[in-house]
Design a protein around this ligand. Structure first.
Ligand code: AMP
Ligand code: MN
Ligand code: MN
Ligand code: MN
Length: 276
């Protein structure tokens, strides 16, 4: 059986490894099909494709789009997109553009809470021009001694109700799905178990996603428990969408699951790769 890992990040967004190193690591760990899904970005795919060819594994062109839905930020993974599609490229550029001013506002919000220098500090950790993420702030907050590790940061900072959180308008769900479909790809709800939403809210989200043409739910991901694997497999059947699997690996020492570490999909779901 082929091993799929359809969600990970390189230095082109907030991952710690360059695209080629990431691909080599995936190949060494037994991944047969890897999707590189940098946040709001496709710039790493060329390097990843070349490395995948050398390593003898399959690379799926991906991205992870930031979306505002109701009062939440959610992520939509794009798989098998044409990274040169003009509307998609423009859409991703528009999402990325807001990140710079948002980062300044995060810095201001942390300063107001007594933590000075965070914006400049976060920029030291940025590895791709124009893509600053909360993870870069998190790494600086750890370095500056405000938390033990990145996970700890997201308990006390940068999230709703905590210092350093700022609201930000991302793309809409419809925009994200339409850009992905326009570029020939499939749209996947990333790590649904992470969203702070009620059971009825989750059903509303998945219903809107499906009605807008969404293709799959990320059933297996490092943020999910085994119980959530079962829960989201059931929701795939309820909503008539496919199931995906991706580690969301960001780098050694930071992610709690490595590339290729996920188990096979539960029985009774249709894999997102069924017709690939
Ligand atoms: P942004 O897209 O700038 O809002 O940053 C989101 C990123 O922050 C995610 O993709 C993760 O890399 C990181 N992140 C968010 N929440 C957590 C968490 N609880 N633990 C570790 N990393 C997190
Ligand atoms: Mn990330
Ligand atoms: Mn995500
Ligand atoms: Mn991710």
């Amino acid at each position: 059986m082929r091993r799929y890992d359809l969600h990970c990040h390189s230095t082109r967004s907030d991952g710690l490894l360059p695209p080629a190193t990431l691909v080599q690591r995936a190949a060494a760990r037994g991944v047969d099909v890897l999707a590189l899904t940098d946040h709001d970005e496709v710039a790493g795919l060329g390097e990843a494709r070349e490395a995948a060819r050398e390593a003898g594994i399959e690379l799926v062109n991906g991205s992870e789009l930031s979306v505002s839905w109701e009062d939440l930020t959610i992520h939509i993974v794009a798989l098998r997109i044409d990274p040169h599609n003009a509307a998609l490229v423009a859409g991703l550029a528009a999402i990325r553009e807001g990140r710079g001013s948002r980062a300044k506002r995060i810095g201001d919000a942390l300063a107001a809470a007594g933590i000075a220098g965070a914006y400049e500090g976060a920029l030291k950790f940025v590895t791709s021009e124009a893509l600053v993420a909360r993870s870069h702030f998190a790494r600086w907050l750890v370095e500056a001694g405000h938390a033990r590790d990145v996970k700890e940061v997201f308990k006390h900072y940068l999230v709703p109700g905590k210092p350093g959180h700022v609201p930000h308008p991302w793309a809409t769900l419809e925009q994200a799905i339409n850009w992905i479909h326009g570029a020939g790809g499939q749209a996947v709800v990333a790590h649904p178990g992470r969203y702070r939403v009620s059971a009825s809210g989750m059903r509303r989200l998945l219903g809107e996603f499906r009605d807008a043409g969404g293709d799959a739910i990320e059933v297996l991901t490092s943020a999910h428990t085994a119980a959530q694997y079962t829960e989201y497999a059931t929701l795939c059947r309820v909503f008539g969408v496919r199931a995906s699997s991706g580690s969301d690996f960001h780098g050694p020492g930071e992610s709690w699951m490595d590339l290729g570490d996920l188990p096979p999909l539960p029985a009774g779901v249709v894999p997102v790769w069924q017709d690939w």
